[in-house]
Design a protein around this ligand. Structure first.
Ligand code: SAM
Length: 160
């Protein structure tokens, strides 16, 4: 499947699931979100902002603005309803091809996003490009465990 078709299918999936996402998402504890988000500073780009579950945790004493991007308009509708005490804008954009200038942000943050992006390397290159030198890239992601038995079980569950 081409990247464009795959991206369109991810968009459809999240549009379909947006109304259940906050109820279903029990995997990431608020304490973990807070731990990551409170390290953000100045101009922040949040990639794959989803329903905006991180937005309440941005600290107005450290963060000047948050730009949240996501390919799913259904998820963004919900993000717009979340409270956020710093100025924020929410945009429908593809992380694999961002329209921002090089070094445009001081922090780039993403939680549980790169396992859903069709070309995660392209998106990570974009993250590096738009984060200024000396800036911060903060990622919270699921990874494959390095224990042989459970790792193999994860591989099996991952097969489609
Ligand atoms: C598992 S959800 C995580 C949402 C949110 N970051 C959180 O922690 O609750 C993955 C999100 O990534 C978004 N996404 C997937 N591929 C994307 C892409 N290429 N560009 C931007 N967002 C993307 C999905 O639409 C979805 O909202």
């Amino acid at each position: 499947m081409s990247r464009d078709l795959y991206t369109a299918s991810v968009r459809r999936k999240y549009n379909r699931n947006a109304m259940f996402y906050d109820v279903m998402d029990r995997m990431v504890r608020d304490a973990w979100r807070r731990m990551v988000v409170t390290q953000a500073f100045d101009r922040v780009l949040e990639v794959g902002v989803g329903t905006g579950k991180n937005l309440p945790f941005y600290d107005p004493a450290k963060v000047r603005s948050v730009t949240g991007v996501d390919i799913s308009p259904g998820m963004l509708v919900r993000a717009r309803r979340k409270e956020c005490s710093v100025p924020r804008e929410l945009l429908e954009l593809d992380a694999q091809n961002l329209p921002f200038k090089d070094d445009a942000f001081d922090t780039v943050l993403a939680t549980c996003v790169f396992c859903t992006v069709p070309d995660p390397l392209a998106a990570l290159r974009e993250v590096r490009r738009v984060c200024r030198p000396g800036g911060r890239i903060l990622l919270l992601e699921h990874v494959r465990i390095d224990r042989p038995l459970v790792g193999t079980l994860m591989d099996v569950l991952e097969l489609h």
